[in-house]
Design a binder for this molecule. Sequence first.
Ligand code: PLP
Length: 412
Amino acid sequence: MPVTQTLEADVLRRQDPELAEILLGELDRQSTTLQLIAAENFTSPAVLAALGSPLANKYAEGYPGARHHGGCEIVDVAERVAIDRARSLFGADHANVQSHSGSSAVLAAYAALLRPGDTVLAMGLAFGGHLTHGSPANFSGRWFDFVGYGVEADTGLIDYEQVRALARTHRPKAVVCGSISYPRHIDYAAFREIADEVGAYLIADAAHPIGLVAGGAAPNPVPYADVVCATTHKVLRGPRGGMILCGAELAERVDRAVFPFTQGGAQMHTIAAKAVAFGEAATPAFRAYAHQVVAHARTLAAALEAEGLAITTGGTDTHLLTADPAPLGVEGRTARGRLAAAGMVLDTCALPHGDARGLRLGTAALTTQGMGDAEMERIAVLFAGVLRDDIDGRQAREEVRELTGRFPPYPG
Ligand SMILES: Cc1ncc(COP(=O)(O)O)c(C=O)c1O
């Protein structure tokens, strides 16, 4: 109700019909195609309301009780609520909720713990590491000396003994665990042990699984990592943004690394929206949702495997799965284009072996829409049919339209 009605009734329509049309067009796109991008979700109308609130007008450099601007008494309360909710949700001594994005959170974590030129051990980009884990196109690869660990070519699993061996050889100042496409739980205790053995900090980049952690459907990195970086907009279903969790001993360093070192004024409307999302994530309904997301990813993986796709690691523990479409005679990039034309929106990803691209799919958004196992199975049939070319793209597009019509993300 609120999304379309706000847009329809809103001044934007009268004042700037061009932009109103664009916003409604995007709402229509999101509502009539399948959002299989593992990093996306549909936030609640309450989160959208906070994002579109007058808190967007407020300048608030600094932290609650210690701002560089006047008039912060109300937004201070909003930030304190967000911090308290994040701490309680994840069992962390300290939470910084100001990071503008997951990348900003990682930048601040490095700034808090490292010096330019330090060695960092992280998952290699060719295996699912994020740009902030040492890409030469990113600050991380320019300012630090990254060493990459991989996954086993045959199983797709992290080889913890390889990580240990690389740590012993390179003596990194920090070890990073976390990925954009690893479908299995990460063994944080094993990473902690490896980091301790070489005297390194452990940074968990939990951008992807943090929503599952909130819902009790994935292990919590907080007890193991020195610093946990995360996004708030994936399974967690909050606004686009980042956060950092850490122990009391690093709290001041982390806060100073966010502001004033890497960011300026906090985005108070986003922080309020993060607080709303943390509140939602603390409910039994979200717990059930997080477990459903994983169950649906498992169903989707099994159904795609039955259709002939090769599923990395043979399945998933999380909200995402990665698949090689090569057995159906199509490469990842071509597959993504064909699926997009049929209304199935997803990303390509690295595969554990070779240069060919795979496909990364997630079930967070579909589950928010209310889809279940039956829909996952039907999507897998459509998906493989389009790739094999035995379901016509236009026919698949019509079926996707019919399916999404039964599960509107913003009813009304
Ligand atoms: C592991 C990991 N780290 C960092 C990020 C960066 O998040 P953002 O796009 O908000 O900067 C992502 C985003 O997908 C991610 O998957």
